[in-house]
Design a protein around this ligand. Structure first.
Ligand SMILES: C[S@@+](CC[C@H](N)C(=O)[O-])C[C@H]1O[C@@H](n2cnc3c(N)ncnc32)[C@H](O)[C@@H]1O
Length: 144
């Protein structure tokens, strides 16, 4: 994430307040990385809902991101992934290709044992998972 991205987001706050009828902004933007939510001042058990819309799959350290998410979620909190998953292990050539990584494909989460094992490895009293997959069937770009 960059300061330039945040500047774009902040520049559109007033438009959204007016569009949705808010007198006061109901969002704040914090600069940081999802592997270290503490450095953005996000306290333990302080968050109701976490959403990853294609950010988790860009992280090189997904286990750390999951630890941070479950640190900040309140008991009973919810986590939604709108990320790219794959049902087979990707070859190293794709996982290391900078362009494919940037398109959220190279870092796609493997939905098999490794993903559920990393969730179950977290020290949680209880975890309820409900998959709701959308399958993309378009052919890969010619360069692949
Ligand atoms: C595919 S975009 C999705 C952006 C946004 N969720 C959306 O729906 O428009 C991925 C975003 O994640 C940010 N990003 C990538 N790695 C990150 C990290 N480790 N921590 C925080 N943000 C990251 C990038 O800067 C980029 O803005």
């Amino acid at each position: 994430m960059t300061e330039e991205q945040l500047a774009v987001a902040r520049a559109h706050v007033d438009w959204h307040m007016e569009r949705y009828g808010y007198d006061k902004a109901n969002v704040t933007f914090r600069h940081g990385v999802i592997e270290d939510l503490a450095s953005m001042g996000i306290a333990d058990a302080s968050v109701d809902v976490c959403v990853s819309n294609c950010v988790l799959n860009l992280s090189p350290d997904k286990a750390q991101v999951l630890r941070e998410i479950f640190r900040v979620l309140k008991p009973g909190g919810e986590l939604y992934f709108s990320d790219v998953f794959c049902d087979r292990r990707l070859p190293g050539t794709l996982r290391e290709d900078q362009e494919v990584l940037g398109e959220c494909l190279g870092g796609a989460l493997y939905i098999g044992r490794s993903f559920s094992a990393s969730l179950h490895a977290l020290p949680l009293p209880c975890l309820l998972m409900k998959p709701n997959p959308s399958l993309i069937t378009s052919p890969p770009p010619p360069s692949l």
